[in-house]
Design a protein around this ligand. Sequence first.
Ligand SMILES: Cc1ncc(COP(=O)(O)O)c(C=O)c1O
Length: 416
Amino acid sequence: MQNLQITSKLREDFPILKREINGHSLAYLDNAATTQKPQSVIDALVCFYENHNSNVSRGVYTLAEEATEIFEDGRKKVAKFIGAESSSNIIFTRGTTESINLVASAWGEKNLIKGERIIVTEMEHHSNLVPWQLAAQASGAELVYWPLSLEHGSSCVGRLDLHKLDELLTNSVKLLAVTVASNVLGTVNPIAEIVKMAHDRGVLVLADAAQAVARMPIDVTEWNCDFLAFSGHKVYGPTGIGVLYAKQERLNEMSVFQGGGGMIRKVSRQASTWADAPQKFEAGTPPVAEVFGLSAALEYMKKYGMPEIQQHELQLTEHALKRMEEFPDLELYGPADIFERTGVISFNLKNVHPHDVAQVLDEYGIAVRAGHHCTQVLHEQLGIQASLRMSFGLYNEISEIDRLFSALAQVRRIFN
Ligand SMILES: Cc1ncc(COP(=O)(O)O)c(C=O)c1O
């Protein structure tokens, strides 16, 4: 397949992949936590500070105009990347977490009242749970869980059953917050179908695209979701930059999030009026260099193409799932079918603590994550405290997965 052939050339774009860890070349398999950065993103950050550094929207001199152009051009690039109707639907935040907090707070404050309901799923990251708990506590609304369908056996399948959603979509529900792709199970949820069901009952949908954005094409217009959130650092861009997409009708019904410079129209002694969206939701000096870095990251991904990146990741996933069959003492959490998932694969080796496994893998230069991956509700449902997670990026290779399985065999020898 085309993408696997380009991988070794592509790897040269990522300086950190040249590192050796504990005498082995780095096999970075923790891309669900954060992705590594190509040279073009690193260069964009340096270029901004070397050539264009200035605050935005506040100066008439050349540097300020350049910085403003870089910032607003970034907004246009993001809008295009996710198929948004206009760049004014794009709000820059610090990350997915802040984007969801913004909606829970600024939309929740004006639109939720006692007795109403918010639906979240059992597979949500804490970032798409805790802000809704806070919004529910502040408004008197109730948080309702869309339960996971778990089938225990040789593997544990974690899917959301649309029939169950149908039962949950009662008149009192105002909003459904759901992840596009699970950061543990790898499950991809049918967002367009979910949005259609919710909208038919007058329920709004927030889509958490933190894991999806680097793994599949995203089209907010096709999905028709009301809100969508993602982080720059998970899409080969810098930390400290995130995106909130919101439909114009939703922006109109939101109160302010934070007060400060940049978000006002007129300030008087006791009260103020607000700028239009998106500036209304971007108080203070925004992360301009980070937006430049994010633009470079989106350009980088576009160069290879999202369908091709997705195909490459699924090929790696297929290989990893096949190799797992050699381990009867390995429990997989999530679908075994690549057509329902991404390259985020969580598992446990029976009778070995995941932290011990991750530590041994590190001795071989292999970076995977162990823990609850900010999904304690999900882990409780799975009946486990913690799990191991390998997650792929566009630079990963089959040989790295094979190294991981050789090291897992070694772990087994050590602990059994
Ligand atoms: C599904 C999902 N949602 C939200 C987040 C939070 O992202 P951030 O920490 O970048 O705000 C993550 C991070 O792992 C995630 O995987």
